[in-house]
Design a protein around this ligand. Structure first.
Ligand SMILES: Cc1cc2nc3c(=O)[nH]c(=O)nc-3n(C[C@H](O)[C@H](O)[C@H](O)COP(=O)(O)OP(=O)(O)OC[C@H]3O[C@@H](n4cnc5c(N)ncnc54)[C@H](O)[C@@H]3O)c2cc1C
Length: 660
C-alpha cells in the first residue's frame, strides 16, 4: 500500500499559516528547558544559528562540527549575498513577490507553505544580522545597499562585498560563542557524526568519531538536529569545500529518514572552467557578477575556433560580432535568468561549437560596458575580491584594458562554465522541519524543503538562517513539549551499543579491504560518471548506464580500496573513505530519482523532455509531487518511492517564462 506522508501544513490562507502555527504550537516552560538536551550537528549558518538560538532559549545544546572551529563551516565560502523582501529600493518588492519568485524559480516543485514562511521571515534575518554587527554594504547615505540576483526583477540581495557568507557566519558564530560562554552550548569540534541512535522509534542521540583520537563516542539527547550541508561533492568536482560530505544525512536515510528530490542538483553557470585532470576543486565566480557582467560567445564559428586555438583573445572580438545569448533569448531577465536556465544556455552554445577556451567548454563574462559606464573603482568596490580571486587562479585581470577597436574599449573578460554547486534535494522534512524519524530534524542545505527543482541565488543563506534563527526554535518546542525531561537519556542503552558496534564494524571493514586504489582515485571516477550520466543533460538510457557504472564503482570501492595508516588517531584517508561510501549511495539515489522523473524541471533536465526551443518541459499531470525515497535495508537494493503531492493555493502553476 502506498505510504502517506504528513507534511503538517497548517490550515488557512498561506499568508496566515505561520502566524497561526506560532500562536498555537506547544511551548516548553523555562524550568523544563534546562533539563532538555538537543544535539545540533553542524555549525554552518543553519547549525550555528540554531544552536545559538536554542541555547539562548535555555535548552542544553551539544553542537558538533568536523572542522577545528565552527567558523570554518562551508557557509564561510558564500560570496554574493542573502535575499530579503525589505523593498529598500522601492522597486515593487514584497513578501509575496519573494515568495512568488522563489516558487517560480524552483519550477513549481517546492512546497508552497514553506516558501511563504521563508519569504515572511526573510526581513527578520536582516534585522538580526545588522544587530549582530554584520557589515552589510551600505549606500553613501548609510542605507543598506542591494543588488540583483537571478530570477528576480527587483534588487533584494543584501551583501558584504563578495564575502557575505563569511560575515554572516561571523555574526552567527559570535552569538554561538556567547552561549558557549553562558554554558548553554557545548562545542565539539573535529567530531564527525557517524550514526543516529534510535530508541523506541525516536532519535535519541548520535555516535560521533573524535577525528583526532579516532575514538567513537556516544551522545544522547531529547532531539537531534542535522545541519550538515549538501551532497554536491558526490560529483567530485564542485564549488563546495573539500570537506563537504553527506555522511550524516545518508546515515539518517539508512536509519529510516526519507530522502526527497535527490535529482534536483544545481549546476551554477559562472564557475572557473575545469583546466586539467589533476584538479580536485572548482571555484565559483559569484552570480552577483551578472549584475554588471554580460555573458557572451562569438557570433561566428570561425572566431570561436580562433579562440579555441589561442590565435585570438576575447578582447579582439568587436561588439558587433558578440552574441549576448542570454539577452537575446530572455530579453525580460537578460543575464539575470535563474541558474538552471543560464547553465543550459551556456551548454547549448558550447555544444554548438561556440565555446571560447581550448576545451571549447567556456563562455565569456565581460565587464567592459560597466567599467566604461561606472569606472573601474566602483566595479572593484562591488566585486574586488572576486576579481582578485579570478586573477590569482587564471593570471588574467578582468579589470584590465586589453584592446580598443574603433574607439570602443575592451577589457579582459572572465571565462566561465557551469559546475555543480548546490543540492536542492535533501532529507525530507515536514512543515516543522522534522524528518520521518520522530525527534530528528533537518535544517539548511541538508533538507529539501524550500527551493523546489532550482534554488534562486542568495536564497540558501536566507533559508539556513531562517531555519536556524526563526523556524526551528518554534517548531522543535512543539516536539519537545511532551518529552520526558528526567532522567536524562542514558548512553548505556542497548541501542547505543548496537549503533556503536555497527560503526566499528564498518570502519574495520573499510580498513581491511587493503586493496590498491586511493579514495580520491575512486571518487574521481564516481564524479566523472555522475557528470557524464547524471549531470546537466540526462536521458533514460544514460541514467541506466550510469546506475550500472555506479554499481561497478561500489564493487571497486568494496574490494580494491586502500586506506593507509590505522583507525586509531587522526586518519583523514579513513574519513574520506567513509564519505565516499556515502557519496556512492547518494549517487545512486540521484540517478534513481532522475530516472523516475520523466520530465524536465529546474536543475533536472531530461533531454527527452524539452520544447523546440530547448526549454525544460514539465509534466504537472504526472510529476507534481515531492519524490521521497526510502532505504530498503541494503545499499545495493533499489530504494522505494513515496510521493508527497504538492498543493498550491496561492500561486497558479504555469510554464516558467523569463522572456517577457
Ligand atoms: C562557493 C559558494 C558560494 C556560495 N554563495 C552563496 C551566496 O552568495 N548566497 C547564498 O544564499 N548561498 C550561497 N551558497 C550556498 C550556501 O553557502 C550554502 O548552501 C549554505 O552555506 C549551507 O549552509 P549549511 O549551514 O546548511 O551547511 P554548511 O555551511 O555546509 O555547514 C555544514 C556543517 O556541518 C558540519 N558537518 C558536516 N558533516 C558532519 C558530520 N558528519 N558530523 C559533524 N559535523 C558535520 C560541518 O562541519 C559544518 O559545520 C554558496 C555556496 C558555495 C559553494
Amino acid at each position: 500500500m502506498a505510504k502517506q506522508l504528513d507534511s503538517k501544513i497548517p490550515a488557512g490562507p498561506v499568508s496566515e499559516k505561520w502566524k497561526e502555527y506560532k500562536a498555537h504550537q506547544r511551548l516548553v516552560n523555562p524550568k523544563n528547558k534546562l533539563k532538555l538536551d538537543v544535539i545540533v550537528v553542524g555549525t554552518g549558518l543553519a547549525g550555528a544559528s540554531a544552536a545559538a538560538s536554542l541555547g539562548e532559549m535555555g535548552f542544553n545544546v551539544l553542537n558538533f562540527c568536523i572542522q577545528d572551529s565552527p567558523r570554518r563551516a562551508h557557509s564561510i565560502a558564500a560570496q554574493g549575498g542573502i535575499n530579503a523582501a525589505k523593498c529598500y529600493q522601492n522597486d515593487g518588492d514584497s513578501v509575496y513577490r519573494l515568495f512568488y519568485d522563489t516558487v517560480k524559480g524552483g519550477d513549481y516543485r517546492a512546497r508552497e507553505a514553506n516558501v511563504y514562511r521563508l519569504a515572511e521571515v526573510s526581513n527578520n534575518i536582516i534585522d538580526q544580522c545588522v544587530a549582530q554587527g554584520v557589515p552589510f554594504a551600505r549606500e553613501y547615505g548609510g542605507m543598506l545597499a542591494n543588488r540583483s540576483f537571478g530570477g528576480a526583477q527587483v534588487s533584494r540581495t543584501f551583501y558584504a562585498k563578495g564575502q557575505t557568507g563569511q560575515q554572516l557566519l561571523l555574526g552567527a558564530y559570535s552569538s554561538l560563542m556567547c552561549q558557549v560562554h553562558a554554558g548553554t552550548v557545548k562545542l565539539f569540534t573535529r567530531y564527525e557524526m557517524e550514526d543516529v541512535v534510535i530508541v523506541d522509534g525516536r532519535a535519541r542521540g548520535i555516535i560521533a568519531k573524535n577525528l583526532i583520537t579516532g575514538k567513537l563516542e556516544r551522545f544522547s539527547a531529547n532531539a537531534v538536529v542535522i545541519a550538515t550541508g549538501g551532497y554536491g561533492n558526490t560529483y567530485f568536482l564542485s564549488t563546495n569545500a573539500m570537506g563537504c560530505n553527506c555522511t550524516a544525512a545518508v546515515q539518517c536515510y539508512r536509519k529510516g529518514a526519507m530522502f526527497a528530490n535527490p535529482s534536483y542538483v544545481q549546476i551554477h553557470p559562472t564557475c572557473i572552467p575545469v583546466h586539467g585532470d589533476k584538479q580536485s576543486k572548482l571555484t565559483l565566480m559569484s552570480e552577483s557578477l551578472r549584475n554588471d557582467g554580460r555573458i557572451w560567445v562569438p557570433k561566428k564559428l570561425e572566431d570561436a575556433k580562433a579562440l579555441q586555438a589561442g590565435t585570438k583573445k576575447g578582447s579582439d572580438i568587436p561588439e558587433e560580432d558578440r552574441d549576448y545569448y542570454l539577452e537575446r533569448r530572455y530579453p525580460a531577465f537578460g543575464n539575470l535568468v535563474p541558474r538552471d536556465v543560464a547553465s543550459r544556455a551556456a551548454k547549448e552554445r558550447c555544444d554548438k561549437g561556440y565555446g571560447v577556451n581550448n576545451t571549447g567548454l567556456a563562455v565569456f563574462l565581460d565587464f567592459s560596458e560597466s567599467i566604461e559606464r561606472l569606472g573601474i573603482d566602483i566595479v572593484r568596490q562591488r566585486y574586488g575580491n572576486l576579481f582578485d580571486m579570478y586573477e590569482e587562479i587564471t593570471d588574467v585581470n578582468p579589470g584590465e584594458l586589453a584592446n580598443e577597436i574603433n574607439g570602443v574599449k575592451y577589457y579582459n573578460p572572465m571565462m566561465i562554465f557551469p559546475a555543480v554547486h548546490y543540492t536542492m534535494g535533501g532529507i525530507w522534512v515536514d512543515y516543522e522541519l522534522q524528518t520521518t524519524i520522530k525527534g530528528l530534524f533537518a535544517i539548511g542545505e541538508c533538507n529539501f524543503s524550500d527551493h523546489g527543482a532550482n534554488r534562486l541565488g542568495a536564497s540558501a543563506l536566507m533559508q539556513g538562517l531562517a531555519d536556524g534563527y526563526f523556524v526551528l526554535p518554534y517548531t522543535i518546542q512543539n516536539y519537545l513539549a511532551d518529552q520526558e525531561v528526567w532522567p536524562r537519556i542514558s548512553t548505556d542503552l542497548p541501542e547505543f551499543d548496537e549503533a556503536q558496534k555497527g560503526v566499528e564494524k564498518e570502519i574495520d571493514r573499510l580498513m581491511n579491504i587493503k586493496g590498491k586504489r586511493s579514495v580520491d582515485s575512486i571518487h574521481k571516477e564516481l564524479g566523472h560518471i555522475m557528470w557524464e550520466h547524471v549531470g546537466m543533460g540526462r536521458t533514460a538510457e544514460g541514467l541506466k548506464e550510469g546506475l550500472e557504472l555506479i554499481k561497478k564503482i561500489k564493487h571497486e570501492f568494496d574490494t580494491n580500496l586502500f586506506i593507509p595508516g590505522s583507525k586509531d588517531g587522526l586518519n583523514t584517508e579513513l574519513d574520506k573513505a567513509i564519505h565516499l561510501r556515502d557519496f556512492i549511495l547518494m549517487g545512486q539515489l540521484v540517478a534513481y530519482d532522475a530516472l523516475s522523473r520523466n520530465e524536465s524541471c529546474g536543475g533536472h533536465f531530461r533531454e527527452e523532455y524539452q520544447t523546440e526551443e530547448g526549454e525544460a518541459k514539465r509534466d504537472d499531470e504526472n510529476y507534481f509531487y515531492v519524490g521521497c525515497w526510502e532505504y530498503q535495508g541494503e545499499d545495493t537494493t533499489a530504494p522505494e518511492l513515496t510521493k508527497e503531492p504538492l498543493e498550491y493555493e496561492a500561486i497558479k502553476v504555469q510554464t516558467r517564462n523569463y522572456k517577457n
